[in-house]
Design a protein around this ligand. Structure first.
Ligand SMILES: [Zn+2]
Length: 276
């Protein structure tokens, strides 16, 4: 079964955005401010998590003019952003005629803006879950018996990789699996210098025990009221980048626990839930 893994670049190192693009974190493109969802629990604007355009193979949203927008509450310890039927997350599609042509600024200065990861392409691996295993993924008792050969990571299409099949409880009707989204992402290419990104860098040793910390001049995360993954007042500049000994590098892009899963129903409404 084929699926699609996003190839990502850090938004702050890319040219300024001129049109819609698939992305994780940062600010949404094309979202009219009236559609920015509010958390039904804490009543604050939800945090933007990702947007993806329709694509017949990767992400079938039912019409080429549609795009999917994902939001969740930045306070998962207070609001139940993990719940498919809760009011603390939002997953919805918009038609292009309802979209604007620019970045949407956050509704409030206190709205969390996550580090921005721009999708620059896709990798198309094939997983070991064929039709027989796929049919077992939707019930707790059988889902537990499915073994994926690959590590769970953000992907469009394919088969969902449940972090916790033992507590799986899907809404009815279930709808069609669209994608899963993790809360941290790896970026392409060699790691940038701390001064290029303007944030704290943690360099891990091979055994991940020793950490070298580099903080560029002018960056002071202690000046925040509290630590945030994205630097307040920016369009998605991260606060912290982790560089592994093999040269791979990543940062957290969302506050939700573990993995988010998104489904679409026949009427094109969507829902999202999370597992950790
Ligand atoms: Zn909330």
């Amino acid at each position: 079964m084929k699926y699609y893994i996003p190839r990502l670049r850090l938004g702050v190192l890319e040219p300024s955005q001129k049109s819609f693009c698939d992305k994780i974190g940062g600010l949404p493109w094309g979202l009219s401010k009236k559609y920015w969802p509010i958390c039904g629990e804490c009543k604050r604007p939800l945090t933007f998590n990702a947007q993806f355009a329709h694509n017949r193979e990767r992400l079938n949203l039912g019409a080429p003019t549609r795009a999917l927008f994902l939001f969740s509450c930045a306070e998962p310890s207070i609001c139940e952003s993990w719940d498919a039927k809760g009011r603390a997350n939002a997953a919805f599609v918009l038609n292009s005629e309802k979209m604007t042509d620019g970045l949407t600024s956050p509704p409030s200065v206190s709205t969390t803006v996550e580090p921005e990861a721009i999708v620059v392409g896709w990798r198309e691996p094939t997983e070991n879950v064929g039709p027989k295993l796929y049919s077992k993924l939707w019930r707790r008792s059988t889902a537990e018996t499915v073994t994926h050969k690959l590590y769970p990571r953000s992907k469009l299409g394919g088969a969902p990789f449940w972090i916790q099949p033992s507590v799986l409880k899907l809404p009815s009707p279930r709808g069609r699996f669209l994608l899963q989204l993790g809360n941290a992402h790896e970026f392409e290419g060699p790691p940038p210098k701390p001064a290029e990104v303007g944030c704290e860098f943690l360099y891990y040793s091979k055994d991940k025990e020793a950490v070298r910390r580099v903080v560029p001049r002018g960056f002071n995360q202690l000046s925040y009221p509290y630590w945030r993954r994205g630097q307040p007042g920016t369009n998605g500049r991260p606060s912290q980048i982790v560089v592994n000994s093999d040269g791979t590098w990543n940062c957290e892009t969302a506050g939700f626990p573990g993995m988010a899963y998104v489904f679409m129903l026949r009427d094109a409404s969507c829902y999202m839930f999370m597992q950790n």
